[in-house]
Design a binder for this molecule. Structure first.
Ligand code: PEP
Ligand code: MN
Length: 337
């Protein structure tokens, strides 16, 4: 159950309602986000009836959620979450948002030319990893801080927002300086200290599904960010481990339909990691949008064969161009832009 308060409370009011609840042994976690104050009831209602809580002068309503993921559940919010980036871009609206760029930022020129090219073909947000979660410690680990700098300068040159992965709780501060959206990678989906800290930020977080994670585990991971007061969470399916060796992962498009039914949060799909094969990225992008995805995260490279990381799944700019034209047609068919 959620207890939603009237407007935003001042400190005195907050104290007053907390006392009202704790005096009667109602177990709650307070949440303050950019929209409202609320309390998540974690246990029993203590000695208060729902009616008594509802009648308190500072309470506007109570919402029965009936799901373990209290804040991401659809019933917890009366509208869909929309995330504004600057003046012209909204994630979670009718428009399908395309985030594109290389797996890794490789050099200043590479990311600058990529930004120019992806902008030309109509992508909306520049992606690129500066901190890379590589399977082997001997592989390229990303350019780090200088990579962030290259990424941001390239994006600024072409008026694009930036998404990049934050791998470690110790990097949040530096990544926040350069990124418009934090990306949490599949391996960190259950890194609770990282998620909690991102909950204290006031910037969007794109949370990738753990390659092993059930839907419930995924939504409960999002909950760690939401409960900290950061309401701007984007969920991203990026493929799971199955028995299929022919593709790198199995892109689980079921989850798109499921999440659209279960949550008010925007849902993205990453068909690049989800398939691991450049030849499948365009087709699965179409399928993702047809299934209801709010956007796509695509690995695109100026020279895919030479991509330092994930070269098998990187698509070329002409291929990205084709992908975007095709996705436009699918979007229209499902009443999106
Ligand atoms: C990436 O987007 O480059 C990445 C490392 O993704 P994932 O965490 O899904 O493997
Ligand atoms: Mn990658």
């Amino acid at each position: 159950m959620l207890i939603i308060t009237k407007n935003k409370l001042n400190l005195e009011e907050l104290k007053q309602i907390r006392k009202f609840l704790s005096d009667k042994n109602v177990d709650v976690i307070p949440v303050e986000n950019d929209m409202r104050h609320l309390f998540v009831v974690t246990g029993r209602c203590g000695e208060l009836t729902r009616n008594e809580i509802r009648k308190h002068s500072l309470v506007s309503s109570i919402v029965e959620v009936g799901k373990p993921y209290k804040l991401s559940a659809k019933s917890s919010l009366s509208q869909k979450t929309k995330i504004k980036l600057g003046n012209s871009l909204t994630i979670g609206n009718k428009k399908i948002i395309i985030m594109a760029g290389p797996c890794s930022v490789e050099s200043k020129n590479q990311i600058l030319s990529t930004a120019q090219e992806i902008k030309k073909v109509g992508a909306n947000i520049l992606r690129g990893g500066a901190y890379k979660p590589r399977t082997a410690p001997y592989d390229f680990q990303g350019l780090g801080k200088i990579g962030l700098h290259f990424l941001k300068s390239a994006a600024d040159e072409f008026g694009l927002p930036v998404i990049t992965e934050v791998l470690d709780v110790r990097d949040i501060e530096i990544v926040a300086k350069y990124a418009d959206i934090f990306q949490v990678g599949t391996r960190n989906m259950q890194n609770y200290p990282l998620l909690r800290e991102l909950g204290r930020q006031r910037k969007p977080v794109l949370l990738k599904r753990g390659m092993w994670a059930t839907y419930k585990e995924f939504l409960l991971a999002a909950e760690y960010i939401l409960v900290g007061g950061n309401s701007q969470v984007i969920l991203c399916e990026r493929g799971i481990r199955t028995h299929v060796p022919e593709t790198r992962f199995t892109l689980d498009l079921n989850i798109v339909a499921y999440l659209k039914h279960e949550t008010h949060l925007p849902v993205f799909v990453d068909p690049s990691h989800g398939t691991g094969r450049s030849s499948m990225v365009r087709v699965m992008s179409r399928a993702a949008v047809a299934a209801g995805a709010d956007g796509l995260l695509i690995e695109a490279h100026l020279d895919p064969g030479r991509s330092i990381s994930d070269s098998d799944q990187a698509i070329s700019i002409p291929e990205l161009n084709k992908l975007i034209s095709e996705v436009k047609l699918i979007a229209q068919a499902v009443n999106r832009h």
